[in-house]
Design a protein around this ligand. Sequence first.
Ligand SMILES: *Cc1c(COP(=O)(O)O)cnc(C)c1O
Length: 362
Amino acid sequence: MEQVESKGLRRELRSVEPQPGPYLRHEDKQYLHFSGNDYFGLRADPRVTAAAAEAAARYGAGSGASRLVTGNHPCYEKLESSLATYKQRESALVFGSGYLANIGTIAALVDEKDLIIADKLVHACMLDGAILSGAELKRFAHNDVSHLAKLLDEHRGKYRHCLLLTESIFSMDGDRAPLLAIAALAKAHDSWLMVDDAHGLGFVDTIPADIVSGTLSKGLGSYGGYVAASKALTDYLTTHARSLVFSTALPPASVAAATEALQILTSEPERSARVSGYGNRLTSEWGGPCMEGPIVPLVLGSNAAALEASERLKEKGIWITAIRPPTVPQGTARLRITFSASHTQEQVDRLISALQPLRAGV
Ligand SMILES: *Cc1c(COP(=O)(O)O)cnc(C)c1O
């Protein structure tokens, strides 16, 4: 722990109390935060919390068993059919979390005879799934389609199946994957493409992939994860995904909350437009590229610089957690700024002026 401390890598669980809107309390002080993943402001929407309360009163606090035993409450079917429709897939399968959906799916699809090629920046849980699967794992440079093509040319032929992994909108960088080009390569090389849509839901309309995974815990403001794909694939996973078979089903309240949140997101598309509008406001202020999503990184480099910047903002009543390795690559510690439909224009203005001096130092 001393070594961790000296590298600026100690992680702490700081106690925070959520407040109405994009605020939290920490040690008796109130902060405006730009650090959460509740992109559409649905986590505390009264319609969503009412759906959760009703499901808990009706079915109980916990689900009581794995979905394959007695945990498959009626609310699951409704959520899975809404997710399948929303993601334009034949079928969807809900897991205990996004982490469990990714590790369970990847480990069920490939093994030692197979190859996985993943974007350098995919989320830790996709990599954990790859390790669990036992397949050979190769990485292509972030969003670099020609590097991916080269790896496929060199290695695809030596393996039985090949699975390509990327994200729709990257969790720590906020940029989009070139999905059409990657899907074309997958097709040309007889490979499957799996895209983690944890941060793209509501922002990226169509995902050209065999498998889409995601979470109910971010934009949908609840908890849980899912995979959307062909019916054959979700059938296969129902038997083979160990994180589904051997883990208790989500509580009914989480399932009902996510179903209601998805319904609201579909009928109120202005929520998503507002969030991308905020992101673009910030990047245009900085002369940067259009982000088309909820996440804007301010890369500061060293861990100390990122921690220091986060402290400076706290003094101004703004909470943005410093993100350090191994969540991001060495030397790219950053502030990960996220916007939510629950932010107002004035709050975003306040953020932009508070970031000005930090940005000037980059
Ligand atoms: C958060 C996240 C996950 C995990 O989802 P949980 O529901 O929080 O377990 C998976 N993939 C990406 C890209 C994420 O950011």
